[in-house]
Design a protein around this ligand. Structure first.
Ligand code: NAP
Length: 275
């Protein structure tokens, strides 16, 4: 079984990002990512620290705006950053305060700065095959498969999860590469049997170790998007020990999709800055 090492892939992407940052610097541009933390939330804060560290390594400026949980303050901040020409990329972390939805807030992020595909227009563009930033996690799934040289055209792919941030955009990206895509969710019947048909299984469920060996056909490539904090620490949606004896390739958790996701946010920021 091949372990698909997201950390080394992220390092490779990072080297290309550094080249782009240097080219932009020569034109007087410092690519800048604004990260909005709408509420005081420890989990979101620790993810933002990961982004800050990675940004510092590649030379992307990262400005964190930690807010108090006031919906009006969030809207004001997003609108201000949207209009600030020194900000090239924007992301807004969850949870959101009050009754605000991700679609409402995302709609205020200009598509050109929408480096994590939060604006509903970005997802629409993606669905139509038009240029837009895909949500970074979904893009990371494709990036890993591509870097691992997994054949996609004609492959049967099963995406477990249909959220707007991971499952749906990952399915659209796989479809754009001519995979034959099945999208599964909590109402799917005989889920294990459906997944077992696939050459590629993408697990984006949010249930620790749900995907066992019965979901994976021998030799299939398994991408584990899950990040679940349990008493045993961070675990994926895939039961890696069980699946390792069946799968042809698997992303570890941690060290798989996560690091690639973070680096793609930064690559998108550099692209948004004109690289
Ligand atoms: P989400 O919004 O909660 O969506 C979960 C999806 O899984 C839903 O479509 C849901 O179906 C489906 N589902 C839930 N229970 C199921 C079951 N028993 N059988 C089949 N499908 C089931 O979660 P998300 O935001 O997409 O995130 C998914 C996972 O990825 C989480 O572990 C999250 O932490 C992780 N994640 C990782 C990264 C990263 O960078 N590595 C980034 C984002 C998210 P319904 O639609 O029918 O409810």
């Amino acid at each position: 079984m091949r372990l698909l090492d997201g950390r080394s892939m992220a390092a490779d992407i990072g080297r290309a990002v550094v080249d782009d940052v240097e080219r932009l610097a020569a034109t007087g541009v410092t690519p800048t990512l604004a990260v909005v933390l709408p509420t005081v939330d420890e989990a979101a804060r620790s993810y933002v620290r990961v982004i800050e560290r990675s940004a510092a390594k590649v030379g992307v400026a990262c400005a964190v705006h930690e807010l108090s949980g006031d919906p009006a303050q969030l809207i004001d901040t997003v609108d201000r950053l949207a209009g600030d020409p020194s900000v090239h990329g924007m992301i807004v972390q969850t949870p959101l305060p009050g009754a605000l939805t991700a679609a409402e807030v995302g709609a205020r992020v200009p598509v050109g700065k929408d480096v994590d595909g939060m604006n509903p227009l970005s997802l629409g563009q993606l669905a139509l095959g038009l240029p837009a930033f895909a949500p970074a996690t979904a893009a990371a799934v494709l990036e890993i498969l591509t870097r691992a040289e997994v054949p996609l055209a004609g492959a049967r792919a099963c995406v477990i999860g249909r959220s707007s941030v991971v499952g749906k955009p990952a399915a659209l990206l796989l479809l754009a590469e001519n995979a034959t895509v099945t999208v599964c969710h909590s109402r799917t019947k005989d889920l294990a049997a459906v997944a077992h048909e696939a050459d590629i299984v993408v697990a984006a469920v949010g249930r620790p170790k749900m995907v066992g060996s019965g979901y994976v056909r021998p030799g299939a490539v398994v991408i584990d998007v899950g990040t679940n904090w349990t008493d045993a620490g961070l675990v994926g949606d895939v039961d890696a020990d069980a699946v390792a004896s069946v799968a042809g390739a698997l992303t570890p958790v941690p060290g798989g999709v996560g690091p690639v996701t973070t680096m793609l946010l930064l690559r998108n920021t550099v692209r948004a800055a004109g690289a």
